[in-house]
Write a protein that binds this ligand. Structure first.
Ligand code: 4NP
Length: 153
């Protein structure tokens, strides 16, 4: 499985999602490729936000080596599954992908936990540490569903 996690800046939510899913896949002995990207280029080549790094580390996952990059249309072909954090990310991925857009590959991450509800992983960028803990917990649960869904493919 090749899975891409996408948010706006690729420094708060999607690096957490990448780190969490990669960690779980490894724990299960799954040879999955997990990556993340942002729909914007504001933070290209930057490490994850310090609070994403901190909260992740408190949960035993090191994401300090990750580096921001922007989503490119070729990602749509390369990855088997692309998870976005909110509906704005969904619209941007669709726009950037143009002729390569494949609706079957793309879904909101929280639809794995709450099918068809189109809930968002809220952007913790403007808030305090507590927001990052909440986001971590949501992503963690959704990644458990992804592991059990695709582990035997
Ligand atoms: P993310 O959060 O999409 O979860 O990485 C954001 C990070 C940066 C900005 C917005 C959201 N920004 O406007 O720079």
């Amino acid at each position: 499985m090749k899975i891409l996690m996408v948010c706006l800046g690729n420094i708060c939510r999607s690096p957490l999602a990448e780190g969490i899913l990669q960690h779980k896949a490894k724990q299960q002995g799954l040879n999955w490729l997990v990556d993340s990207a942002g729909t914007a280029n504001y933070h290209t080549n930057e490490p994850p936000h310090r609070l994403s790094q901190k909260v992740s580390k408190m949960n035993g996952i090191d994401i300090s080596h990750l580096s921001g990059r922007q989503f490119v249309k070729e990602d749509m072909n390369y990855f088997d599954k692309i998870y976005v954090m909110d509906e704005e990310n969904y619209a941007e991925v669709k726009r950037i992908s143009r002729n390569l857009w494949n609706e079957e590959k793309v879904d909101l991450l929280l639809n794995e936990l709450y099918p068809n509800e189109n809930r968002s992983v809220p952007d913790p960028w403007y808030g305090a540490e507590e927001g990052y803990h909440k986001v971590f917990a949501m992503i963690d649960k959704a990644c458990d569903v992804i592991i059990s869904k695709y582990a035997h493919q």
